[in-house]
Design a protein around this ligand. Structure first.
Ligand code: NA7
Length: 532
């Protein structure tokens, strides 16, 4: 193919969320020329798009940040224990400015296609860019392809519609409005209490009742921040050696080995401190159905205690999946919101949404008149953003065809048949089930080392071997099958998207084990990869 009109670089990075930002920084630092494209108007990715009221992280701010720069760690001060979206976005913007990353990023531009040819990729964007690059890094996010369900009559609705992950920059004022929220995952559960305070009336449409644990909105005490800053290196090292990349008070005791009173006391001590802390109350909550049931029952009892109307409490009570197997939610007053007299809960299990009408929603033959509809309906997680691009590897094979039976990768980092292409936090990586910052840094550092190795050895291509990929996929599944995670219809399994192949996507063997494996691959001359 002629390369007239093509710009040439070493690496194209797709996405400028926290993964893309660090990839730009690290790969430039290693001496590669880097060009990044970002669909959003600014940096931040997830934290740029998810501006819905109440959006906040479910991992503590002292853990959920970059570790690559000691200076950055010393100058950035978190204000809250669990960071809110605006603060996360400011952090992304600060990092972009501090390391002059914006000059390498083209905003408001989507990569539409990537085609492999011999030893390079030809990249095209929706703004007409054509770039030839040796390597392509997909930092496209795990939860970035927003999902709005197909509902009959959707176009006929005359009011305003929003998706939580495509929230207007200027915000939304629901005062005086009748509002519908569809979906009760993390996004719905965070948004509902705040929308209820504003709206005239809020109707929540729930398909699956979800477990949510009270979190904390408290400011982060300055002395705790200073203490962490004095010992960041040590804490980061411990996080790297942990299971999920966060330093939890993990109880090593089985929930079945203690008395009922002790069990209740342990759960109670963690109520109010967030979901992951709650799930660390005992060692076997995610493995043993009986242990899990104790944790589930504790939360169910909380719901009955908080929600005054018994019928509503009953509807809100989750019964069809083990606690924690759909990502556990962290809330600020979610269940109590249903005690307000301007909030109604509608059960979509009994009667799904029939259609949207010009004035609202029709469910079970009944019309719900609303002015606005909020879709808190989640994402085509982990694969959506990749599959929405036209990516063609060796022999022009498309990624859609390659992943038609489910996404397969080697180490979550590479795909057989797609040389010189790297994924960050892709399927098969622990990222989404861990402290994403820690996983992102590990992935990017590994990719950086790999590119340096190739430069040093004068290599043109690197590609995962199909056997290594198959073995990794088996391992990912094996590890998942030993847990209760596979018992829930979650986005981890692609179950929330009609027609998506059912396959457990994240690696839940722990970040420490994962890192050792990646390091071992690099140390053994990139075992499982073919180079040329
Ligand atoms: P989630 O967790 O995927 O939640 C989406 C919610 O929307 C969930 O309650 C779904 O019910 C519901 N949903 C999806 N499609 C429909 C249709 N067609 N009808 C009714 N209800 C529907 O997405 P979130 O944005 O809340 O959170 C994603 C992750 O972001 C979260 O796990 C954290 O890691 C951060 P379902 O349970 O599928 O029955």
């Amino acid at each position: 193919a002629s390369d007239v009109g093509f710009e040439h670089v070493d690496v194209v990075v797709v996405g400028a969320g926290f993964a893309g930002l660090y990839a730009v920084h690290r790969l430039r630092e290693l001496g590669f020329s880097v060009r990044a494209f970002e669909a959003g108007g600014d940096v931040g990715g997830t934290w740029y798009w998810n501006r819905y009221p109440g959006a906040r992280c479910d991992i503590e701010s002292l853990e959920y940040s970059y570790s690559f720069s000691p200076a950055l760690q010393q100058e950035w001060v978190w204000s809250r224990r669990y960071p809110e979206q605006p603060e996360m976005l400011r952090y992304a913007q600060h990092v972009a400015d501090r390391f002059a990353l914006r000059e390498a990023i083209t905003f408001g531009t989507r990569v539409t296609s990537a085609e492999f040819d011999t030893d390079h990729w030809a990249i095209r964007t929706d703004a007409g860019h054509q770039i030839q690059t040796r390597f392509c890094v997909l930092a496209t996010g795990c939860l970035s392809a927003a999902q709005i369900p197909e509902i009959a009559g959707r176009e006929s609705f005359a009011g305003a519609t929003y998706h939580t992950a495509r929230w207007p920059q200027e915000g939304v004022d629901f005062a005086g409005q009748r509002v519908a929220v569809i979906g009760t995952g993390a996004s719905g559960i965070q948004a509902v209490p705040l929308i209820a305070e504003q709206a005239d009336h809020l109707t929540v449409f729930q398909r699956t009742a979800n477990f949510s644990v009270a979190g904390s909105n408290e400011p982060l005490p300055r002395d705790e921040m200073r203490e962490r800053q004095a010992h960041y290196a040590e804490f980061r090292e411990r996080a790297r050696r942990s299971f999920g990349g966060v330093l939890l008070r993990q109880n090593r005791v089985s929930a079945l080995a203690v008395s009922e009173v002790e069990r209740a006391a342990e759960f109670a001590s963690r109520w109010g401190t967030g979901g992951f802390s709650f799930m660390a109350a005992f060692d076997d909550l995610i493995f043993d159905p009986a242990a899990n049931e104790h944790a589930a029952e504790f939360v169910r009892q909380k719901i009955r205690d908080i929600v005054t109307d018994p019928a509503t409490a009953d509807l809100l009570t989750p019964r069809d999946h083990p606690i924690g197997t759909k990502r556990i939610c962290v809330d600020s007053g979610y269940y109590a919101t249903f005690n307000r007299n301007n909030v109604t809960l509608v059960d979509l299990r009994a009667t799904p949404i029939e259609r949207l009408t010009p004035g609202g929603l029709r469910v079970g033959g009944q019309e719900y008149a609303v002015d606005s509809i909020v879709f808190a309906t989640g994402f085509d997680a982990m694969t959506g953003a990749v599959l929405r691009m036209d990516i063609r590897g060796r022999d022009a094979r498309t990624i859609q065809e390659k992943w038609s039976g489910g996404p397969t990768t080697y180490l979550g980092l590479a795909v057989a048949g797609f040389p010189n292409l790297f994924l960050i936090a892709g399927p098969g990586s622990p990222s989404v089930i861990s402290n994403a910052f820690l996983s992102i840094e590990q992935h990017v550092d590994w990719i950086g080392d790999c590119l340096v190795m190739m430069r040093d050895q004068g290599l043109a291509t690197i590609e995962a071997e199909p056997e290594a990929e198959a073995a990794w996929v088996d391992h990912v599944n094996e590890v998942a099958d030993r847990t209760l995670y596979v018992k829930a219809d979650s986005w981890y399994l692609g179950a929330n998207v009609p027609g998506k192949p059912r396959m457990f996507m994240p690696y839940i063997g722990g970040v420490s084990r994962y890192r050792k494996r990646c390091d071992a691959v690099a140390a053994t001359d990139y075992e499982g990869f073919t180079t040329s």
